[in-house]
Design a protein around this ligand. Structure first.
Ligand code: PGA
Length: 244
């Protein structure tokens, strides 16, 4: 996986059934090098059966935007990893800042979810990130370390971390390459020191588009990107998938 860049589309709560179908049909026509790119799309839950069917036997992989930390039970409104697995979903985004903000998800809850996802042999993509106030206070490194310490279980074969500064999501403001590198180094060094994890993959997310992704990929050795707004635009995706 190390040579392959993960391009993770976070569709969030967008697209109707028709829009999703049309979009996937166009996405399937985009030619890209699968040795270089792992194209993962994460639709909202109710679109997943449709998307799963549409991408069967293609070079597109399926991801989810969340899951519950238990496999089943009395959890009204939640979604189980077991069912996601049945849809050939391989990746699950966990701890996105919108889940943390809107659904009051804590680092501890995210840790439970990571364990459940790993126990089912799926790949969690764990989001960390600081808000603007935390960045400006200069305390962001401590805050990110705390998130890593609490969200990530101790013994893992591999982990995918997505660094998504909250001040960058949907704003058009992206950190400099130096700032992204700083957090990549911090993440890898911290996890190597405090946990036992064989392989650590680091993604960047926040206002990624076809114009800035090339620069981020070329100037750093990050393992890919988590993309929101631009992942809903087919022309952007065409450029992004062929950039890597
Ligand atoms: P954005 O969102 O690309 O629209 O900034 C990224 C994300 O929230 O994952």
């Amino acid at each position: 996986m190390s040579q392959v860049k993960l391009i993770v589309s976070n569709w969030k709560m967008n697209f109707s059934f028709d829009q999703a179908e049309n979009f996937v049909k166009k996405l399937k026509k985009i030619k890209f090098d699968t040795l270089k790119v792992n194209n993962i799309i994460c639709p909202q839950f109710i679109l997943m059966p449709l998307v799963s069917k549409l991408i069967k036997n293609t070079n597109i992989n399926l991801g989810a935007q969340d899951c519950h930390y238990k496999l089943n039970g009395a959890f009204t409104g939640d979604t189980s990893v077991e069912l996601l697995k049945n849809l050939n979903c391989n990746y699950i985004i966990l701890g996105h800042s919108e889940r943390r903000q809107n659904h009051f998800e804590t680092d501890e809850l995210i840790n439970f979810k990571v364990k459940t996802v790993k126990s089912e042999k799926l790949k969690p993509i764990i989001c960390i990130g600081e808000n603007l106030k935390e960045r400006e206070s200069g305390k962001y490194k401590e805050i990110l370390k705390k998130q890593l310490q609490r969200c990530i279980p101790s013994n893992l074969d591999e982990i995918i971390i997505a660094y998504e500064p909250i001040w960058s999501i949907g704003t058009g403001h992206i950190p400099s390459i130096k700032e992204i590198k700083e957090i990549q180094d911090l993440t890898i060094n911290f996890l190597k020191m405090s946990k036992s994890i064989n392989n650590i993959y680091f993604l960047y997310g926040g206002s990624v588009n076809a114009d800035n992704l090339g620069n981020i990929m070329n100037s750093s050795d990050i393992n890919g990107a988590l993309i929101g707004g631009s992942s809903l635009k087919i022309e952007e995706m065409k450029k992004i998938l062929t950039l890597c």
